[in-house]
Design a protein around this ligand. Structure first.
Ligand SMILES: [Zn+2]
Length: 451
C-alpha cells in the first residue's frame, strides 16, 4: 500500500479510460457496451495496480507452498466477489501447493465455455533478494498515469496476467455480459517448477478444459503487446544408451569387435543432425554425453562420470537431450525417425533411445488463428493497434499446451507486458494492465454476441 499517496495524485489525471484524441476517434468502431467496457477498465487502473502489488508482495516461489497457497487465497476472494464458486485442489501428492479453480456458470442455455489459465507461483523463492513490488519509471503516458513502470518478482510472469483476467471479468460483470459465459479459471500453483508426474500435476487443468470452446492464457508471451501466441513448441527429453564390445583397441573394426560404443553414439548423433536438423520448427539438442568403459549419469544432478582408456574399445556411452516440436504430428514423426536412425547400428553395438514426454506442443490451428484475428480486430477497434502471432521459436512451453488438443481455439500471451522475466529486473509496463484487459474484454464480449 506504500504507493497509495502517489496513486491518489494520478487518479485525478485518469479521466475515463482512454484519454487521447486518437483513441477517442478509434472508439467509433466500438459499440456503446464495448465503450463502457473499455472505460470501466481504464477507471480501475489504480485499483488493479493495488491488487497487483499485493499479489507480488506475497512470495510464491513454486517450492514455497505456504506462499503459493496465500497467493491463491488473495485471488480466491476476488473471484468469489464476482460470484464464482472456488475450490483449492491440493497437490501434496506431487509435492506442490495446489491449484485454484474458479467456476461461474452462465444464466443462458448453451453458453460459450471459456477456460482462463493463470499461475500463482514464481521462480523467486524466499531466498531470492527480489521480493517486493515497486514503481520504477515516472512518465506521463497516453493513459494519464504518471507511474508507468513497476518491477517485482512475478509481476509480469504472471501475477499481472491473473489481475488482467480478473479485471476482464469484473468489466464484463459491470455491463451484465458475464452471465452469458460459462467461465472456468485455473490458476496453477506449480507452473515454474512442475510437480511430477505431469499427468497428476495437470489433471485439473485438462479436466477444466473438457467442453471448453476457447482457452485463453494470460502469460506474458514475448513481452510485446502487439503479439499473442497461437502456437508453442512442446518440450520433451530423450536419453540414448549405447553399448559396444570391449576389447584391445588394436582389434577395433574387426567383424567380431565392431566399432565400439563411442563411434556408434557419434554415428547416431551425426545422423540425427544430417537427417532432421533442417526441418522447420524442430530442434533436438544433445546436452551431455559420457562414454568409455565405465560410465554413469545421474539425471537428478545432471552430472556424470566416465572411466576409460584410449587403448580399450568403449563399452558404453550415454547421451541426454531434449526435443522440441511444433505439433503432435511433428513430434511423433521426429521420434519415429530418431528411432529408425538408432536401429541402424554399427557392427557389434546396440543402442536404445527413450523419450520422456514433457510439455506437449500447441499447434497453430485454424481455430487459434481465428481467435487471434478476433483479438486483432478488437485491438484495432480500441485504437490499440494490430496484433500478430509470436514466432513459435520465441515462445517457451506453457500450461496452455496441456489443453491445446482439447479446445478448438486457444490463445496465450495475453498478460501484463514488460521485460526481464525470471530475473531480478522483471519490469512491467503498467499501461498494458489496462490495454490488455480492454482488448480481451472486447474479444469476450464479441464472443457472447456471436450466434
Ligand atoms: Zn509464467
Amino acid at each position: 500500500m506504500a504507493w497509495l499517496p502517489t496513486s491518489a495524485v494520478f487518479a485525478t489525471i485518469l479521466v475515463a479510460g482512454l484519454g487521447t484524441a486518437a483513441a477517442a476517434t478509434a472508439q467509433a468502431n466500438l459499440s456503446k457496451v464495448e465503450q463502457r467496457l473499455a472505460a470501466t477498465i481504464g477507471e480501475r487502473q489504480d485499483a488493479a495496480i493495488e491488487l497487483l502489488f499485493r499479489a507480488v508482495d506475497i512470495n510464491s516461489g513454486s517450492l514455497n507452498l505456504d506462499g503459493v497457497a496465500a497467493t491463491g487465497k488473495l485471488f480466491r476472494s476476488e473471484f468469489e466477489s464476482l460470484g464464482f464458486t472456488v475450490r483449492w485442489s491440493d497437490m501434496s501428492e506431487v509435492e506442490r501447493a495446489g491449484h485454484l479453480i474458479a467456476e461461474r456458470k452462465a444464466s443462458t442455455a448453451d453458453p460459450v465455455k471459456v477456460l482462463l489459465i493463470g499461475h500463482l507461483d514464481t521462480v523467486f523463492e524466499p531466498s531470492s533478494p527480489f521480493q517486493k513490488a515497486e514503481f520504477t519509471g515516472t512518465e506521463r503516458s497516453n493513459l494519464g498515469s504518471r507511474q508507468r513502470y513497476a518491477k517485482g518478482p512475478g509481476i509480469t510472469d504472471m501475477k499481472g496476467g491473473n489481475v488482467i483476467m480478473l479485471e476482464v471479468l469484473r468489466a464484463l460483470e459491470t455491463v451484465d455480459a458475464l452471465d452469458k459465459l460459462h467461465v472456468i479459471a485455473v490458476l496453477i500453483g506449480d507452473e515454474e517448477r512442475s510437480g511430477k508426474p505431469l499427468s497428476i500435476a495437470r489433471r485439473d487443468l485438462r479436466q477444466a478444459a473438457q467442453g471448453a470452446h476457447f482457452a485463453l492464457g494470460f502469460e506474458d508471451g514475448d513481452g510485446n503487446p502487439a503479439t499473442a501466441v497461437v502456437s508453442r513448441r512442446g518440450a520433451s527429453g530423450w536419453s540414448l544408451e549405447v553399448t559396444g564390445r570391449p576389447a584391445h583397441s588394436s582389434q577395433i573394426f574387426k567383424p567380431e569387435y565392431g566399432a565400439g560404443a563411442i563411434y556408434e553414439a557419434s554415428r547416431i548423433l551425426h545422423d540425427f543432425y544430417r537427417e532432421l536438423s533442417t526441418i522447420e520448427n524442430l530442434t533436438f539438442n544433445p546436452g551431455t554425453i559420457v562414454g568409455g568403459t565405465d560410465v554413469d549419469y545421474d539425471s537428478a544432478t545432471a552430472s556424470g562420470t566416465a572411466f576409460g582408456k584410449s587403448n580399450v574399445i568403449a563399452e558404453r556411452a550415454l547421451v541426454q537431450g531434449d526435443l522440441r516440436a511444433l505439433s503432435p504430428e511433428q513430434y511423433e514423426d521426429a521420434k519415429k525417425r530418431m528411432r529408425a536412425i538408432v536401429e541402424r547400428g554399427l557392427p557389434q553395438t546396440e543402442a536404445t533411445i527413450r523419450f520422456t514426454d514433457g510439455y506437449p506442443p500447441m499447434a497453430p490451428t485454424d481455430g487459434n488463428r481465428e481467435l487471434l484475428s478476433m483479438l486483432d480486430r478488437a485491438s484495432r477497434d480500441l485504437g490499440l493497434g494490430a496484433i500478430e502471432a509470436v514466432n513459435p521459436r520465441n515462445a517457451g512451453a506453457a500450461d496452455i499446451s496441456f489443453v491445446a488438443t482439447l479446445v478448438p481455439s486457444a490463445l496465450d500471451g495475453l498478460g501484463l507486458m514488460g521485460t526481464g522475466g525470471h530475473t531480478v529486473n522483471e519490469v512491467a509496463d503498467l499501461d498494458t494492465l489496462v490495454t490488455q484487459a480492454q482488448r480481451i474484454a472486447v474479444l469476450l464480449h464479441r464472443i457472447t454476441e456471436r450466434d
